[in-house]
Write a protein that binds this ligand. Structure first.
Ligand SMILES: C[S@@+](CC[C@H](N)C(=O)[O-])C[C@H]1O[C@@H](n2cnc3c(N)ncnc32)[C@H](O)[C@@H]1O
Ligand code: SF4
Length: 387
């Protein structure tokens, strides 16, 4: 059933804060630099308005997680975070154990706000450390040093029971030995969760231009594969196995909000460029909002919402999305849920071929999952299985 009225069904709220102090040359997230500053109070009112409109549309829910992503939400004033969390609690009930995460850049300025974020109701931070190597941080265009990042992690540790940090690997000139040492140092600083992303050269970024001009070389496929395998081995050994292709956690410490995406549950997307998946009646609805912050704000002020996409997904689209997201997880998917969504089996012939190739396996309880050796080929596996 898609209708979500009970507290046992996860429901997440994603809020996108689209501003950064500077634009990192590898990043294609919806993030904007405004040297003249922004009218934060006005944007916060925009968030309150869009929350009210969404709540009116979908009705009662119990919020199991809230995620402030960006951009750089740690640039917000704690009072703004408080105002938004209060608005969420006015419209929906919030589970007593709700996970409330905020993404933070690890600079000293932002770390000074951590106590205020906790007082506002944030109970988990995710820090964009990116590298434990000062030359690499510089090349990535980051505004912080290794020491500053580690200091921010220490502040996070002293304030929040739950914190995570991100690293980017498969960087230019990175060797297996250097990454192994860096990752082990990171694990010593990590508590329960680490996000480890292979550097992706995103279209239309300065890195894409440098790459095309031959001025930025990333590891070839073989080295990237070895770096990935090394990452899995070191993290598993340290008790932080991958529960998703790029996310590692001690069992039970997974990011519950992100699990909502990967397990195909419901979430509202609020703020410029936010995506949502809402269960309305018996249909799953995909939403997307205007990306440009000022245009989003004007739309919200004029109409109550910044929606630019509001599409009912067909059962086939819903099922394919479930496959696409669910196969990212180490736990894989329940084929019965796929069947319930679209009324047919995942193509048994294609599954058999992937089984024979060792790319997927069926667990004792009947789940279908990608194997360790299949994970680096995930996109191809999913493309094969999707209708
Ligand atoms: C929304 S972003 C960043 C949050 C925060 N603004 C920061 O930079 O610390 C989430 C994460 O995506 C990762 N990321 C962004 N662009 C990437 C790329 N091109 N390749 C790999 N990882 C990337 C980074 O690790 C980043 O921390
Ligand atoms: S990586 Fe983070 S700080 Fe850098 S531009 Fe992207 S969102 Fe902003």
């Amino acid at each position: 059933m898609m209708v979500n009225m009970t507290s046992t069904v996860p429901f997440g709220v994603y809020l996108h804060w689209p501003f950064c102090l500077s634009k990192c040359p590898y990043c294609d997230f919806n993030s904007h630099v405004r040297h003249g500053g922004i009218d934060e109070a006005r944007f916060v009112r925009g968030f309150e308005t869009e929350l009210a409109t969404t709540a009116k549309r979908i009705g009662a829910r119990t919020v199991s997680s809230v995620f402030f992503g960006g951009g750089t939400p740690s640039l917000m004033q704690p009072a703004s975070v408080q105002t938004i969390l209060d608005a969420i609690a006015r419209h929906w009930s919030v589970a007593p154990d709700a996970e409330v995460t905020l993404e933070a850049n690890p600079t000293s300025v932002e770390a000074t706000r951590f106590r205020g974020f906790r007082a506002a109701g944030v109970n988990r931070v995710s820090l964009g450390v990116q590298a434990l190597d000062d030359a690499a941080l510089k090349e990535l265009g980051r505004l912080h040093s290794v020491q500053e990042a580690l200091d921010a992690v220490a502040v996070a540790r002293s304030i929040f029971q739950r914190y995570s940090f991100d690293l980017i690997y498969a960087r230019p000139r990175q060797t297996l030995d250097a990454w192994a040492a860096e990752l082990k140092r990171a694990i010593a600083e990590a508590a329960e969760h680490l996000s480890l992303y292979q550097l992706t050269i995103e279209l239309d970024t300065p890195f894409a231009g440098l790459h095309a001009a031959g001025k930025l070389t990333v590891p070839d496929d073989d080295l990237a594969r070895d770096l990935y395998d090394l990452t899995q081995a070191i993290c598993a050994e340290a008790g932080l196995p991958a529960y998703e292709i790029s996310n590692h956690a001690r069992p039970g410490a997974e990011c519950r909000h992100n699990l909502i995406y990967w397990r195909g549950h419901e979430y509202a997307g609020i703020g410029p460029g936010a995506h949502g998946r809402l269960n309305i009646g018996d249909r799953r609805v995909a939403t997307e909002t205007e990306k440009r912050p000022e245009s989003w704000l004007m739309r919200v002020e004029a109409t109550g919402s910044g929606l630019t996409v509001d599409d009912k997904l067909t059962p086939g689209e819903t099922a394919d999305e479930f496959l696409l997201m669910g196969l990212r997880l180490a736990e894989g998917i329940e084929p019965a849920r796929y069947r319930a969504l679209c009324g047919r089996e995942i193509d048994p012939k294609r599954v058999a071929v992937l089984h024979a190739e060792g790319a997927v396996e069926t667990t004792a309880d009947g789940r279908l999952r990608v194997t360790q050796s299949g994970f680096p080929l995930l996109d191809a596996v999913v493309a094969d299985l999707a209708a």
